[in-house]
Design a binder for this molecule. Structure first.
Ligand code: PAF
Length: 282
């Protein structure tokens, strides 16, 4: 695997790959890689000739008081994992390489409506930061295809819309959520959990599955189902963020009669804010 930190070198490599007629798949990450990220690399390898992974803890998507400073950085272990997964290039730039005029003078990409729902309420500005950096990574890497985890369902939805709205010729592919043996979705933020919290955290997945079952059995009092789920999460030790049943295609709150649903949830367990989701096709 070839590691690159400078944009000028990345551009040279991309030009040369293009001249050779190679297709490129992009896997964007913030590092501290786990099996979920590695699954994205494996999927990306099936979709293009060359995989370019990125590791960049994007300051633009963190609000004040969030975990930007303590976000885990494990670059050498990450490189080893990417290498053994058969990733071809790693682009791991500095902040200055990505935001040469500083983050406050950066042109922002904003996807309307959905950016200000759910995670966007708890994390104002977060999705503007995500859309902006992904758009920049597209411009830098010029991928044919980009693979993102479905665990961040709202993020994936927003990236799809941004890609379409800006007429960018990248095929956006969602990859299934990887879970530990207790059902907890793999996330770099699971590292903030104590052993006791780690034992309690799978309640999030269980609450989503229980709600899915009730929907499949015909319940359509969505606010009631969400309140029941929130109570079960509180009993497991979560502090509330949100638990909603949305239309899977628009992300707006679901209406009785909608058939393609997604249950989206986030909650605080100790120092970690965990998110997960469950798609339901009725
Ligand atoms: O999902 C993530 O890790 C990040 O939000 C992403 C897509 C790499 C953008 O910084």
């Amino acid at each position: 695997m070839h590691s690159i930190t400078k944009l000028a070198e990345l551009r040279q490599q991309v030009r040369s790959l293009r001249q050779q007629g190679k297709t490129i798949a992009m896997v964007a990450t913030m590092g501290n890689l786990h099996e979920g990220h590695i699954a994205l690399v494996h999927q990306a390898k099936t979709l293009a000739d060359v995989v370019v992974a990125t590791i960049f803890v994007n300051p633009l998507q963190f609000g004040s008081g969030e975990d930007l400073e303590k976000y885990p950085k494990t670059l050498s272990a990450d490189k080893a994992q990417l290498e053994s997964a058969g990733c071809h290039f790693l682009f791991a730039p500095t902040d200055a390489e990505v935001y040469p005029h500083g983050r406050d003078n950066q042109t922002i990409v904003e996807v309307p409506a959905t950016s200000n729902l759910y995670c966007g309420i708890s994390r104002p500005g977060h999705f503007q930061g995500v859309a902006t950096v992904v758009c920049k990574l597209y411009a830098m890497i010029q991928p044919d295809v980009a693979v993102f985890g479905q665990k961040d369902y709202q993020q994936l939805h927003i990236i799809r819309q941004m890609t379409q709205d800006l007429s960018i010729a990248v095929d956006v592919v969602g990859s299934p959520t990887m879970r530990n043996s207790n059902g907890l979705a793999l996330s770099s933020r699971n590292g903030y959990l104590t052993a006791d919290e780690l034992r309690r955290a799978p309640a999030l997945h269980r609450a989503l599955q229980a709600t899915k079952l009730k929907l499949e059995q015909g319940s359509d009092d969505f606010p009631l189902l969400c309140e029941q789920a929130q109570k079960s999460l509180e009993e497991a030790g979560f502090n509330r963020d949100y638990f909603v049943i949305a239309n899977a295609n628009t992300l707006m709150l679901a209406q009785p009669g909608d058939r393609q649903l997604v249950i989206l949830a986030a909650g605080y367990m100790g120092a970690a804010r965990l998110i997960d989701n469950q798609v339901v096709n009725l």
